[in-house]
Design a protein around this ligand. Structure first.
Ligand SMILES: CCCCCCCCC/C=C/C(=O)SCCNC(=O)CCNC(=O)[C@H](O)C(C)(C)COP(=O)(O)OP(=O)(O)OC[C@H]1O[C@@H](n2cnc3c(N)ncnc32)[C@H](O)[C@@H]1OP(=O)(O)O
Ligand SMILES: NC(=O)C1=CN([C@@H]2O[C@H](COP(=O)(O)OP(=O)(O)OC[C@H]3O[C@@H](n4cnc5c(N)ncnc54)[C@H](OP(=O)(O)O)[C@@H]3O)[C@@H](O)[C@H]2O)C=CC1
Length: 281
Protein backbone atom coordinates (compact mmCIF):
# COMPACT_ATOMS: atom_id res chain seq x y z
CA UNK A 1 0.00 0.00 0.00
CA UNK A 2 1.36 3.48 -0.88
CA UNK A 3 1.93 6.04 1.89
CA UNK A 4 -1.06 8.07 0.69
CA UNK A 5 -3.46 5.13 0.80
CA UNK A 6 -6.15 5.11 3.44
CA UNK A 7 -7.42 1.95 5.03
CA UNK A 8 -9.63 1.84 8.10
CA UNK A 9 -9.65 -1.17 10.37
CA UNK A 10 -11.85 -3.85 8.77
CA UNK A 11 -12.20 -2.09 5.40
CA UNK A 12 -11.78 -4.28 2.37
CA UNK A 13 -11.27 -1.39 -0.06
CA UNK A 14 -8.42 1.08 -0.22
CA UNK A 15 -9.15 4.62 -1.32
CA UNK A 16 -5.62 5.61 -2.26
CA UNK A 17 -3.34 4.42 -5.03
CA UNK A 18 -3.58 0.69 -4.78
CA UNK A 19 -4.76 -2.22 -6.84
CA UNK A 20 -8.16 -1.67 -8.49
CA UNK A 21 -10.62 -4.15 -6.98
CA UNK A 22 -12.79 -6.33 -9.25
CA UNK A 23 -15.88 -4.48 -10.45
CA UNK A 24 -18.04 -7.02 -8.62
CA UNK A 25 -16.69 -5.57 -5.33
CA UNK A 26 -17.66 -2.06 -6.43
CA UNK A 27 -20.89 -2.11 -8.42
CA UNK A 28 -24.32 -3.73 -8.06
CA UNK A 29 -24.65 -7.15 -9.65
CA UNK A 30 -27.63 -6.02 -11.77
CA UNK A 31 -26.32 -2.57 -12.73
CA UNK A 32 -26.64 -3.37 -16.44
CA UNK A 33 -29.50 -5.88 -16.35
CA UNK A 34 -31.62 -5.65 -19.52
CA UNK A 35 -28.95 -3.52 -21.19
CA UNK A 36 -27.13 -4.37 -24.40
CA UNK A 37 -23.47 -3.39 -24.58
CA UNK A 38 -21.31 -3.41 -27.70
CA UNK A 39 -17.53 -3.49 -27.17
CA UNK A 40 -15.30 -3.06 -30.22
CA UNK A 41 -11.99 -4.85 -29.84
CA UNK A 42 -13.70 -6.83 -27.08
CA UNK A 43 -11.64 -9.99 -27.59
CA UNK A 44 -8.32 -8.84 -26.17
CA UNK A 45 -6.67 -6.58 -23.58
CA UNK A 46 -8.74 -3.75 -22.12
CA UNK A 47 -11.79 -4.54 -24.28
CA UNK A 48 -11.91 -8.11 -23.06
CA UNK A 49 -11.76 -7.05 -19.39
CA UNK A 50 -14.51 -4.50 -20.03
CA UNK A 51 -16.74 -7.00 -21.88
CA UNK A 52 -16.44 -9.59 -19.12
CA UNK A 53 -17.21 -6.98 -16.46
CA UNK A 54 -20.35 -5.75 -18.22
CA UNK A 55 -21.55 -9.36 -18.38
CA UNK A 56 -20.80 -9.80 -14.67
CA UNK A 57 -23.21 -6.91 -14.03
CA UNK A 58 -26.06 -8.34 -16.06
CA UNK A 59 -25.58 -6.91 -19.56
CA UNK A 60 -26.00 -8.78 -22.83
CA UNK A 61 -22.62 -8.22 -24.45
CA UNK A 62 -21.61 -8.11 -28.11
CA UNK A 63 -17.88 -8.27 -28.82
CA UNK A 64 -16.61 -7.37 -32.28
CA UNK A 65 -13.26 -7.14 -34.06
CA UNK A 66 -11.50 -8.49 -37.17
CA UNK A 67 -10.49 -11.87 -35.81
CA UNK A 68 -13.09 -14.36 -34.56
CA UNK A 69 -10.33 -16.30 -32.77
CA UNK A 70 -10.04 -13.33 -30.39
CA UNK A 71 -13.79 -13.15 -29.80
CA UNK A 72 -14.97 -16.75 -29.39
CA UNK A 73 -13.16 -17.36 -26.06
CA UNK A 74 -14.77 -14.23 -24.58
CA UNK A 75 -18.25 -15.38 -25.66
CA UNK A 76 -17.55 -18.80 -24.16
CA UNK A 77 -16.29 -17.25 -20.91
CA UNK A 78 -19.36 -15.03 -20.56
CA UNK A 79 -21.70 -17.94 -21.31
CA UNK A 80 -19.88 -20.14 -18.80
CA UNK A 81 -20.59 -17.45 -16.19
CA UNK A 82 -24.29 -17.59 -17.09
CA UNK A 83 -24.41 -14.45 -19.25
CA UNK A 84 -25.52 -13.77 -22.83
CA UNK A 85 -22.91 -12.87 -25.40
CA UNK A 86 -22.55 -12.59 -29.15
CA UNK A 87 -19.63 -12.05 -31.49
CA UNK A 88 -19.36 -10.87 -35.05
CA UNK A 89 -16.44 -9.75 -37.16
CA UNK A 90 -15.95 -6.17 -38.31
CA UNK A 91 -13.22 -3.97 -39.71
CA UNK A 92 -14.01 -0.62 -38.12
CA UNK A 93 -12.08 1.15 -40.91
CA UNK A 94 -14.85 0.19 -43.38
CA UNK A 95 -18.21 1.93 -42.96
CA UNK A 96 -20.21 -0.84 -44.67
CA UNK A 97 -18.68 -3.44 -42.42
CA UNK A 98 -19.57 -1.30 -39.38
CA UNK A 99 -23.15 -0.81 -40.50
CA UNK A 100 -23.58 -4.56 -41.04
CA UNK A 101 -22.18 -5.11 -37.54
CA UNK A 102 -24.72 -2.71 -36.04
CA UNK A 103 -27.61 -4.37 -37.85
CA UNK A 104 -26.44 -7.84 -36.83
CA UNK A 105 -26.12 -6.93 -33.15
CA UNK A 106 -29.48 -5.13 -33.09
CA UNK A 107 -31.07 -8.17 -34.71
CA UNK A 108 -29.45 -10.49 -32.17
CA UNK A 109 -30.16 -8.50 -29.00
CA UNK A 110 -32.96 -6.12 -30.00
CA UNK A 111 -31.01 -2.91 -29.48
CA UNK A 112 -27.77 -1.31 -28.31
CA UNK A 113 -27.74 0.81 -25.13
CA UNK A 114 -24.00 1.20 -24.62
CA UNK A 115 -21.22 1.54 -27.17
CA UNK A 116 -17.61 1.16 -26.08
CA UNK A 117 -15.29 2.33 -28.89
CA UNK A 118 -12.26 0.37 -27.79
CA UNK A 119 -10.76 -1.00 -31.03
CA UNK A 120 -7.37 0.59 -31.51
CA UNK A 121 -4.02 0.30 -33.22
CA UNK A 122 -0.56 1.67 -32.70
CA UNK A 123 3.12 1.22 -33.40
CA UNK A 124 5.94 3.56 -32.56
CA UNK A 125 7.80 5.17 -35.42
CA UNK A 126 9.79 8.31 -36.13
CA UNK A 127 7.45 10.61 -38.05
CA UNK A 128 9.78 10.86 -41.05
CA UNK A 129 9.55 7.08 -41.48
CA UNK A 130 5.74 6.96 -41.25
CA UNK A 131 4.29 5.97 -44.64
CA UNK A 132 0.84 7.06 -45.82
CA UNK A 133 -0.29 3.46 -45.38
CA UNK A 134 1.05 3.35 -41.84
CA UNK A 135 -0.80 6.57 -41.03
CA UNK A 136 -4.02 5.16 -42.52
CA UNK A 137 -3.72 1.84 -40.70
CA UNK A 138 -3.60 3.58 -37.32
CA UNK A 139 -5.69 6.73 -37.86
CA UNK A 140 -8.22 4.68 -39.85
CA UNK A 141 -8.70 2.35 -36.90
CA UNK A 142 -8.68 4.93 -34.14
CA UNK A 143 -10.46 7.90 -35.64
CA UNK A 144 -12.42 6.63 -38.66
CA UNK A 145 -13.32 3.50 -36.68
CA UNK A 146 -14.60 5.45 -33.69
CA UNK A 147 -16.47 7.85 -35.96
CA UNK A 148 -18.04 5.08 -38.05
CA UNK A 149 -19.21 3.09 -35.02
CA UNK A 150 -20.51 6.25 -33.36
CA UNK A 151 -22.43 7.28 -36.49
CA UNK A 152 -23.85 3.84 -37.14
CA UNK A 153 -24.77 2.90 -33.57
CA UNK A 154 -25.67 6.53 -32.81
CA UNK A 155 -28.35 6.50 -35.50
CA UNK A 156 -29.86 3.51 -33.77
CA UNK A 157 -29.59 5.16 -30.31
CA UNK A 158 -31.31 8.29 -31.61
CA UNK A 159 -34.20 6.19 -32.92
CA UNK A 160 -34.36 4.37 -29.61
CA UNK A 161 -34.30 7.41 -27.33
CA UNK A 162 -30.88 7.30 -25.81
CA UNK A 163 -27.69 5.56 -24.90
CA UNK A 164 -24.17 5.99 -23.60
CA UNK A 165 -20.94 6.04 -25.58
CA UNK A 166 -17.45 5.72 -24.18
CA UNK A 167 -14.39 5.93 -26.41
CA UNK A 168 -10.85 4.93 -25.57
CA UNK A 169 -8.62 7.91 -26.06
CA UNK A 170 -5.07 7.99 -24.77
CA UNK A 171 -2.92 10.35 -22.74
CA UNK A 172 -0.91 11.04 -25.91
CA UNK A 173 -3.91 13.01 -27.21
CA UNK A 174 -3.23 15.98 -24.93
CA UNK A 175 0.54 15.79 -24.83
CA UNK A 176 2.48 15.16 -28.01
CA UNK A 177 5.33 12.71 -27.63
CA UNK A 178 8.01 11.29 -29.91
CA UNK A 179 6.94 8.49 -32.30
CA UNK A 180 3.20 9.02 -31.75
CA UNK A 181 2.27 11.21 -34.76
CA UNK A 182 -0.50 8.94 -36.06
CA UNK A 183 -1.70 7.62 -32.70
CA UNK A 184 -1.64 10.98 -30.90
CA UNK A 185 -3.42 12.82 -33.70
CA UNK A 186 -6.02 10.06 -34.00
CA UNK A 187 -6.70 9.99 -30.28
CA UNK A 188 -6.95 13.80 -30.14
CA UNK A 189 -9.59 13.52 -32.84
CA UNK A 190 -11.47 10.94 -30.79
CA UNK A 191 -11.54 13.30 -27.78
CA UNK A 192 -12.85 16.16 -29.88
CA UNK A 193 -15.41 13.97 -31.64
CA UNK A 194 -16.83 12.77 -28.31
CA UNK A 195 -17.20 16.39 -27.14
CA UNK A 196 -19.10 17.32 -30.31
CA UNK A 197 -21.33 14.26 -30.09
CA UNK A 198 -22.00 14.99 -26.42
CA UNK A 199 -23.06 18.53 -27.21
CA UNK A 200 -25.26 17.63 -30.18
CA UNK A 201 -26.85 14.43 -28.93
CA UNK A 202 -27.74 15.43 -25.38
CA UNK A 203 -31.12 16.30 -26.86
CA UNK A 204 -31.48 12.62 -27.81
CA UNK A 205 -30.54 11.49 -24.31
CA UNK A 206 -27.17 10.22 -25.48
CA UNK A 207 -24.06 10.81 -23.41
CA UNK A 208 -20.51 10.55 -24.79
CA UNK A 209 -17.25 10.53 -22.86
CA UNK A 210 -13.58 9.75 -23.45
CA UNK A 211 -11.35 7.65 -21.25
CA UNK A 212 -7.62 8.16 -21.61
CA UNK A 213 -5.64 5.16 -20.43
CA UNK A 214 -2.01 5.82 -19.60
CA UNK A 215 0.24 2.82 -20.17
CA UNK A 216 -1.79 -0.30 -19.56
CA UNK A 217 0.07 -3.60 -19.77
CA UNK A 218 -1.50 -5.54 -22.65
CA UNK A 219 -0.07 -7.67 -25.42
CA UNK A 220 -1.15 -4.95 -27.85
CA UNK A 221 0.80 -2.10 -26.28
CA UNK A 222 3.82 -4.29 -25.59
CA UNK A 223 3.94 -5.21 -29.27
CA UNK A 224 3.34 -1.58 -30.27
CA UNK A 225 6.29 -0.56 -28.10
CA UNK A 226 8.52 -3.02 -29.95
CA UNK A 227 8.20 -6.07 -27.69
CA UNK A 228 8.89 -4.60 -24.27
CA UNK A 229 7.72 -1.69 -22.10
CA UNK A 230 10.87 0.11 -20.93
CA UNK A 231 11.00 0.17 -17.10
CA UNK A 232 12.43 3.72 -17.18
CA UNK A 233 8.96 5.00 -18.09
CA UNK A 234 7.92 4.21 -14.52
CA UNK A 235 9.94 7.22 -13.34
CA UNK A 236 7.27 9.41 -14.97
CA UNK A 237 4.31 7.59 -13.43
CA UNK A 238 3.51 8.75 -9.87
CA UNK A 239 1.70 5.45 -9.18
CA UNK A 240 5.05 3.73 -9.84
CA UNK A 241 3.50 0.92 -11.89
CA UNK A 242 2.01 0.32 -15.30
CA UNK A 243 -1.76 0.04 -15.41
CA UNK A 244 -3.75 -3.13 -15.97
CA UNK A 245 -6.95 -3.68 -17.95
CA UNK A 246 -8.72 -4.05 -14.58
CA UNK A 247 -7.74 -0.45 -13.74
CA UNK A 248 -9.79 0.77 -16.72
CA UNK A 249 -12.93 -1.25 -16.03
CA UNK A 250 -14.61 0.76 -13.21
CA UNK A 251 -14.34 4.06 -15.11
CA UNK A 252 -16.01 2.50 -18.16
CA UNK A 253 -18.80 1.02 -16.04
CA UNK A 254 -19.32 4.25 -14.10
CA UNK A 255 -19.50 6.41 -17.24
CA UNK A 256 -22.05 4.18 -18.93
CA UNK A 257 -24.21 3.68 -15.82
CA UNK A 258 -27.01 5.85 -14.45
CA UNK A 259 -24.50 7.08 -11.82
CA UNK A 260 -23.08 9.25 -14.60
CA UNK A 261 -26.44 10.63 -15.78
CA UNK A 262 -25.08 14.22 -15.55
CA UNK A 263 -21.64 13.40 -16.99
CA UNK A 264 -21.11 13.99 -20.70
CA UNK A 265 -18.36 15.38 -22.91
CA UNK A 266 -15.78 14.55 -20.29
CA UNK A 267 -12.20 13.32 -20.50
CA UNK A 268 -11.06 10.90 -17.83
CA UNK A 269 -7.42 9.90 -17.55
CA UNK A 270 -6.78 6.47 -16.04
CA UNK A 271 -3.02 6.82 -15.95
CA UNK A 272 -1.63 6.62 -12.42
CA UNK A 273 -0.83 10.33 -12.71
CA UNK A 274 1.25 9.98 -15.90
CA UNK A 275 -0.08 13.26 -17.33
CA UNK A 276 1.11 15.26 -14.32
CA UNK A 277 4.29 17.23 -14.95
CA UNK A 278 7.32 16.04 -13.05
CA UNK A 279 8.98 18.49 -10.68
CA UNK A 280 11.94 20.50 -11.98
CA UNK A 281 13.31 20.62 -8.37
C1 LIG B 1 7.33 3.10 -25.10
C2 LIG B 1 6.01 2.80 -24.61
C3 LIG B 1 4.99 3.52 -25.34
C4 LIG B 1 3.66 3.09 -24.99
C5 LIG B 1 2.62 3.77 -25.80
C6 LIG B 1 1.75 4.63 -24.96
C7 LIG B 1 0.32 4.47 -25.25
C8 LIG B 1 -0.08 5.01 -26.58
C9 LIG B 1 -1.55 4.98 -26.78
C10 LIG B 1 -2.07 3.88 -27.59
C11 LIG B 1 -1.75 2.58 -27.34
C12 LIG B 1 -2.36 1.54 -28.14
O1 LIG B 1 -3.15 1.73 -29.00
S1 LIG B 1 -1.92 -0.02 -27.74
C13 LIG B 1 -2.90 -1.07 -28.74
C14 LIG B 1 -2.14 -1.54 -29.87
N1 LIG B 1 -2.87 -2.61 -30.48
C15 LIG B 1 -2.74 -2.85 -31.77
O2 LIG B 1 -2.01 -2.18 -32.48
C16 LIG B 1 -3.54 -4.01 -32.32
C17 LIG B 1 -3.90 -3.84 -33.76
N2 LIG B 1 -2.70 -3.63 -34.59
C18 LIG B 1 -2.61 -4.03 -35.85
O3 LIG B 1 -3.53 -4.59 -36.42
C19 LIG B 1 -1.33 -3.77 -36.59
O4 LIG B 1 -0.29 -3.67 -35.64
C20 LIG B 1 -1.40 -2.51 -37.47
C21 LIG B 1 -0.06 -2.34 -38.17
C22 LIG B 1 -1.68 -1.27 -36.67
C23 LIG B 1 -2.48 -2.68 -38.56
O5 LIG B 1 -2.30 -3.87 -39.24
P1 LIG B 1 -2.70 -4.01 -40.79
O6 LIG B 1 -2.61 -5.48 -41.10
O7 LIG B 1 -3.95 -3.31 -41.06
O8 LIG B 1 -1.59 -3.21 -41.49
P2 LIG B 1 -0.23 -3.66 -42.19
O9 LIG B 1 -0.57 -4.00 -43.61
O10 LIG B 1 0.52 -4.65 -41.39
O11 LIG B 1 0.58 -2.29 -42.14
C24 LIG B 1 0.02 -1.08 -42.64
C25 LIG B 1 1.15 -0.08 -42.80
O12 LIG B 1 1.73 0.20 -41.51
C26 LIG B 1 3.13 -0.03 -41.55
N3 LIG B 1 3.64 -0.52 -40.27
C27 LIG B 1 3.17 -1.55 -39.58
N4 LIG B 1 3.88 -1.74 -38.46
C28 LIG B 1 4.87 -0.81 -38.47
C29 LIG B 1 5.93 -0.47 -37.58
N5 LIG B 1 6.14 -1.16 -36.46
N6 LIG B 1 6.73 0.57 -37.90
C30 LIG B 1 6.53 1.28 -39.05
N7 LIG B 1 5.53 1.00 -39.92
C31 LIG B 1 4.70 -0.02 -39.63
C32 LIG B 1 3.31 -1.08 -42.63
O13 LIG B 1 4.63 -1.06 -43.15
C33 LIG B 1 2.28 -0.63 -43.67
O14 LIG B 1 2.74 0.46 -44.42
P3 LIG B 1 3.43 0.27 -45.92
O15 LIG B 1 4.68 -0.52 -45.69
O16 LIG B 1 3.68 1.66 -46.37
O17 LIG B 1 2.41 -0.46 -46.75
N1 LIG C 1 -2.64 -0.45 -23.58
C1 LIG C 1 -2.35 0.84 -23.50
O1 LIG C 1 -1.35 1.23 -22.91
C2 LIG C 1 -3.28 1.84 -24.07
C3 LIG C 1 -4.34 1.50 -24.85
N2 LIG C 1 -5.16 2.49 -25.33
C4 LIG C 1 -6.32 2.16 -26.13
O2 LIG C 1 -7.11 1.18 -25.51
C5 LIG C 1 -7.74 0.37 -26.50
C6 LIG C 1 -7.43 -1.10 -26.23
O3 LIG C 1 -6.04 -1.31 -26.33
P1 LIG C 1 -5.30 -2.62 -25.78
O4 LIG C 1 -6.27 -3.46 -25.07
O5 LIG C 1 -4.08 -2.19 -25.11
O6 LIG C 1 -4.81 -3.29 -27.14
P2 LIG C 1 -5.29 -4.53 -27.99
O7 LIG C 1 -4.35 -4.63 -29.11
O8 LIG C 1 -5.51 -5.71 -27.12
O9 LIG C 1 -6.72 -4.07 -28.50
C7 LIG C 1 -7.00 -3.58 -29.75
C8 LIG C 1 -8.25 -4.27 -30.23
O10 LIG C 1 -8.72 -3.62 -31.39
C9 LIG C 1 -9.12 -4.60 -32.33
N3 LIG C 1 -8.92 -4.00 -33.65
C10 LIG C 1 -7.77 -3.52 -34.16
N4 LIG C 1 -7.97 -3.07 -35.40
C11 LIG C 1 -9.28 -3.27 -35.67
C12 LIG C 1 -10.09 -3.00 -36.81
N5 LIG C 1 -9.58 -2.42 -37.91
N6 LIG C 1 -11.40 -3.33 -36.76
C13 LIG C 1 -11.92 -3.93 -35.66
N7 LIG C 1 -11.21 -4.18 -34.55
C14 LIG C 1 -9.89 -3.86 -34.56
C15 LIG C 1 -8.23 -5.80 -32.07
O11 LIG C 1 -8.87 -7.03 -32.41
P3 LIG C 1 -8.61 -7.82 -33.78
O12 LIG C 1 -7.15 -7.96 -33.95
O13 LIG C 1 -9.36 -9.11 -33.59
O14 LIG C 1 -9.22 -6.97 -34.85
C16 LIG C 1 -8.02 -5.74 -30.58
O15 LIG C 1 -8.99 -6.51 -29.91
C17 LIG C 1 -7.23 0.85 -27.85
O16 LIG C 1 -8.12 1.81 -28.38
C18 LIG C 1 -5.93 1.54 -27.48
O17 LIG C 1 -5.56 2.50 -28.40
C19 LIG C 1 -4.94 3.81 -25.07
C20 LIG C 1 -3.87 4.18 -24.32
C21 LIG C 1 -2.94 3.24 -23.79
Amino acid sequence: MGSNSVRREGDSLMVGLGETPPSTDLFAEDLFADRVVLVTGGGTGIGKAVALAFADHGADVAVVSRNMDHLTPVVEEIESRGGRAYATTVDVREYESVDTMTETVVEEFGGIDVLVNNAGANFLTPTELLTPNGWRAVVGTILDGTAYCTLSVGEHMIENDGGAIVSMGATNSVQGAPYHAHSGAGKAGVHNLMQTVASEWAVHDIRANTIAPGIIETEGVTEAAGGELPEEILQDIPAERFGTPADCVPTVLFLTSPAAAYVTGGYFAVDGGQLLASSPF
